[in-house]
Design a binder for this molecule. Structure first.
Ligand SMILES: [Zn+2]
Ligand SMILES: [Zn+2]
Length: 718
């Protein structure tokens, strides 16, 4: 007899009964115990931050994260899948800043770093119960009891060990470079953070005259979209081999003027206007031509305001003459080094003009743009000014427009291992979808630049470099034991966060002056990328376990992590072990609202996952993600898509089963093993079933999600 079932199915009640059974019988734990000693299958959890409620896209990620480990358990593997929580960095700090209404760093220092950091520490688990409850309900099997937490001393110590390793290999260095910088957060950002924050922006597009000193009535014409950098101008770059022209034009107010621009850009700049070409020549003729400075707020301490030669000058936009402000542009800085130009730092760390820039001192530089243009206009130097729309980088955390800004900061020399980054990705990592390998991720690696590591913030892993106050001798610390040895005191109880770690000092071995820690923290992406090592407190503990659990067989996150976690994992393991840190990676697409827009709480288009779970259950919710498109597809989500799955798939399956039970019990059949059917229809059914098993297994092995799920749906419907 089969257990009779009601033809009416309550999916949520059924799921809750199963969840209860799993919990009571500790099924998840048993899947680990029963497979101990079996071949290992390793999943790494990209750690979410639990300081906000989980949304629909978290259900998406967790459904896909669960899929392959669950399959591998069924195939007889021992699967390690430890949870993790990201607990440091700006996302956390910004929530606390909001709570207190802080708008800048000084307010945090006045409030007290110890108190501020304590609140950060507490807040990171504000929503942990929401996360645990959701994780349970959607049946994502991951070990949250043993989850790694990035703020623990053990985790930080492992990160220090990695940094010390890089220090000894000469991969950790301090440089004065132009970096993308968030003036509100008061910290530089890494290249991969910048890549996550591009948005459309309206900015001025202006053409400015720079009158030549030795050629009367003739000006260089330059173009810029950042007028606020003009007070920092020290040179103009021209391409030595490009054709330039001197043109003569009528001035609207009467009289004539002569302007120099690249020949190819004549039409773009002057359009239909009639201009006379006076002379055509190669850019090299302009080398060292002097022009009158636009502003004289900061007198340069070296020769400046002349034309330099640059291969980076193009004739795609502008005038072919590039305004150079070395404090605010990477190419400008290169030219400054080559030509020994002065660097005029006109802007303070908070993004406002310095006092020397008298008319606009204290003003946020981008807000000063219109006033700068007015000033140029009044002096007859503004040729044309328009507003144009382009993509501009914004801070990924606080939406402030970033400034490119020269600062001394710390770097990881990833460019030195670029070839290995590329090769290891090419040879050892399986990407789903495949095109990401050479496309989005491969291109990113090909264009690798050094990793800007330093963050001038409060709540995070301190950079373990100490520097002598006097002679600037530096030491990098790789463990708590080393710190104890340096200071001659047991530091094992020390909280490795600011401000406590900043109090640790010792005498410089070179000159006996105090050694102080440098002020920086490190990029959060660096320590989420350190998790293979740091989650096990390797190499201080778990040496054997680490060997068993590195690299991962499987990771899975949103596709934008090619510049986030996918990259930081890959860069760190390449530099540390010359190895990949994951073998298979599934990229997920965005979940949008039903109109194809980003879900937004303020517009009321955000869907609460519980509204789905309480009506349609977790299986249908997960099934929707598996079958509605390949993992990387963008999904336009609305709750009725999940109810539709319950109707068309779950209930069909249930009806078949309930029908079968009813009639089977009437017939009271004898159940035989190794049944050999005579009936044609039975033969067909068994054959179809075996084909299904074969195809689905094959698809699972190839990380083909739709291939492993859609045929099951088709089978049930047939
Ligand atoms: Zn910011
Ligand atoms: Zn010293």
């Amino acid at each position: 007899m089969f257990k009779p079932v009601s033809p009416k199915l309550d999916v949520t009640e059924m799921e809750n009964t199963i969840l209860k059974y799993w919990k009571e019988q500790e099924i998840f734990k048993k899947t680990g115990l029963e497979r101990s000693g079996k071949p290992e299958y390793v999943f790494y959890e990209g750690p979410p931050t639990a300081n906000g409620k989980p949304g629909v896209h978290h259900v998406e990620a967790r459904a896909f994260k669960d899929m392959f480990p669950r399959y591998k358990i069924m195939r007889g593997f021992h699967v390690s899948r430890r949870g993790g929580w990201d607990t440091h960095g700006l996302p956390v700090e910004i929530e606390i800043e909001k709570k207190h209404g802080f708008t800048n760093k000084q307010q945090i220092e006045d409030y007290g770093i110890a108190k501020f950091n304590e609140e950060c520490r507490k807040s990171v688990f504000d929503y942990i119960q929401d996360w645990e409850k959701l994780t349970d309900r959607i049946a994502f099997w991951v070990d949250l009891k043993e989850a790694y937490v990035t703020y623990t001393n053990d985790y930080i110590e492992s990160v220090w060990w990695i940094l010390k390793n890089f220090w000894e290999k000469g991969l950790l260095y301090q440089g004065y470079k132009v970096v993308p910088y968030c003036p509100r957060c008061g910290t530089p950002l890494s290249d991969h953070e910048v890549a996550q924050g591009y948005a459309e922006a309206k900015d001025p597009s202006v053409f400015v005259r720079l009158p030549l000193v030795d050629v009367p009535n003739t000006s260089l014409l330059i173009w810029t979209t950042t007028p606020w950098t003009l007070p920092g101008n020290v040179a103009v770059a021209a391409h030595p081999d490009v054709d330039y022209v001197t043109i003569e034009r009528e001035l609207p107010e009467g009289g004539k003027e002569r302007l120099i621009i690249a020949k190819l850009l004549l039409e773009k700049v002057f359009g239909d206007e009639q201009v006379n070409i006076i002379e055509t020549f190669k850019g090299k003729k302009l080398d060292h031509f002097q022009y009158q400075p636009l502003f004289t707020f900061m007198p340069p301490d070296k020769p400046a305001h002349f034309v330099v030669m640059g291969d980076f000058v193009t004739t795609e936009d502008g005038t072919g003459l590039v305004h150079m402000a070395p404090a605010f542009g990477a190419e400008d800085m290169q030219a400054a080094i080559k030509y020994d130009l002065p660097i005029l730092m006109t802007v303070d760390a908070d993004g406002t003009f310095k006092p020397e820039i008298t008319p606009w001192k204290g003003q946020f530089v981008k807000d000063a743009d219109p006033f700068i243009l007015k000033d140029l206009q009044a002096r007859g130097l503004l040729f044309r000014s328009e507003i144009f729309t382009h993509t501009y980088p914004f801070c990924w955390r606080c939406d402030t427009p970033l400034l490119y800004y020269a600062r001394g900061t710390w770097y990881i020399r990833t460019s030195q291992v670029k070839d290995r980054l590329v090769e290891i990705n090419r040879n050892n990592i399986n990407w789903v979808p495949a095109h990401v390998k050479e496309g989005r991720f491969g291109n990113w690696l090909e264009n690798n630049i050094d990793w800007a590591l330093g963050r001038e913030r409060f709540w995070g892993t301190p950079l373990p470099v100490w520097e002598c106050k006097e002679c600037k001798h530096q030491e990098c610390i790789g463990s708590v034991a080393e710190l104890s040895q340096k200071t001659g005191q047991d530091q094992s109880e020390l909280d490795l966060h600011r401000p406590y770690v900043d109090d640790i000092q010792w005498s410089c071995p070179e000159c006996d002056s105090p050694m102080l820690r440098v002020p920086e923290l490190i990029d959060v992406w660096f320590y989420s990328g350190s998790m293979p090592v740091a989650q096990l407190h390797y190499p201080f503990e778990n040496q054997e376990l680490f060997k068993n659990q590195f690299p991962a067989d499987y990771i899975c996150e949103a596709v934008d992590q090619t510049r986030g976690w996918f990259y930081s994992l890959h860069a760190i393991s390449t530099m540390l072990f010359d190895s990949e840190s994951y073998k298979n990676v599934v990229c997920l697409g965005l979940v949008l609202d039903r109109d194809g827009q980003k879900m937004s709480k303020s517009r009321g288009t955000a869907v609460d996952p519980w509204d789905i779970l309480n009506v349609s259950g977790a299986d249908a919710f997960r099934w929707y993600f598996y079958t509605s498109g390949p993992p990387h597809a963008e999904r336009r989500f609305s709750p009725d898509l999940v109810t539709e799955i319950v109707r068309s798939f779950t209930l069909t399956l249930w009806n078949v089963y309930s029908f079968f039970v009813t009639y089977a019990n009437l017939d009271n059949p004898v159940v035989k093993e190794n049944f050999q059917p005579d009936n044609e229809l039975d033969k067909w059914l068994l054959s179809t079933l075996n084909v299904l098993v074969r195809d689905v297994t094959r698809a699972y092995e190839e990380y083909d999600v739709t291939g492993a799920t859609r045929p099951i749906e088709a089978f049930v419907e047939n």
